[in-house]
Design a protein around this ligand. Structure first.
Ligand SMILES: C[S@@+](CC[C@H](N)C(=O)[O-])C[C@H]1O[C@@H](n2cnc3c(N)ncnc32)[C@H](O)[C@@H]1O
Length: 213
């Protein structure tokens, strides 16, 4: 079993220079989907190939995986896909600081590292502060998708997201699949593994709501 990368380690305070989204995609006016913890990027390569009407951006903290994904991307001519190495929390902070007008039309956090021990819960990607930053970079009515095969983690994430009052849960069955980033319901690598092991997959979708002050 792989060792999780500690996102709070000093090494990950350094991140690669973040780009302005309209400079990395050939058609910057297309909606942009952000996948946090994209691992090898296989899921995003498939999405980018299937849905030319979306731009896809993957963030991953494991440097080797992202370097391999970038090499593959350089060899193939795909103009609606981009990868960035770093701790998602620091990358979002940097975006807000450098490009406050940056916005994503949808975001997925698929099967994030569970960090089972209570003393390690602070390493989980979903934290109140993180969600506040993420919401600043999302357009009103944009969707946040989460999935996990760890029930406790899923409950923790669901409650953290609901507690922000910035996101409203969307009934999965009523969602129009055509308007979303993954209309063909392509599976992530962890999802395929979870299915092969008959694990229960928990998933939820939330809409960013406008905040009236
Ligand atoms: C269990 S894997 C799931 C990968 C993929 N989303 C899937 O569903 O197959 C979780 C991924 O999130 C990455 N990750 C964990 N914490 C992160 C962080 N703070 N920033 C960016 N990536 C992170 C891990 O390195 C790992 O690749």
């Amino acid at each position: 079993m792989r060792q999780h990368v500690n996102p709070l380690s000093k090494y990950f305070q350094e991140i690669e220079s973040i780009p302005q989204i309209d400079q990395i995609f050939k058609y910057p006016n297309l909606p942009t989907h952000l996948d946090i913890g994209c691992a090898s990027g296989k899921f995003l390569f498939q999405l980018a190939e299937h849905n030319k009407n979306w731009n896809y951006l993957g963030i991953e903290i494991r440097e080797k995986l992202i370097n391999n994904a970038k090499c593959k991307l350089n060899k193939e001519e795909i103009d609606n896909l981009y990868f960035i190495f770093g701790n998602a929390d620091n990358l979002l902070k940097n975006w807000i600081h450098k490009y406050p007008d940056q916005s994503f039309n949808s975001v997925s956090i698929n099967f994030p590292d569970p960090w089972f021990k209570k003393k390690h819960h602070k390493r989980r990607i979903i934290q109140a502060e993180f969600l506040n930053k993420l919401a600043l970079l999302m357009t009103t009515d944009s969707l946040l998708f989460i999935k996990s095969d760890v029930e406790d983690l899923f409950k923790y994430m669901d409650s953290a997201i609901s507690n922000t009052l910035i996101f409203e849960k969307v009934n999965n069955k009523n969602k129009n699949p055509k308007g979303i980033y993954n209309p063909s319901r392509i599976k992530t690598e962890r999802e395929k593994y979870a299915i092969s092991k008959n694990f229960t997959i928990h998933e939820s979708t939330y809409k960013k709501i406008s905040i009236i002050v």
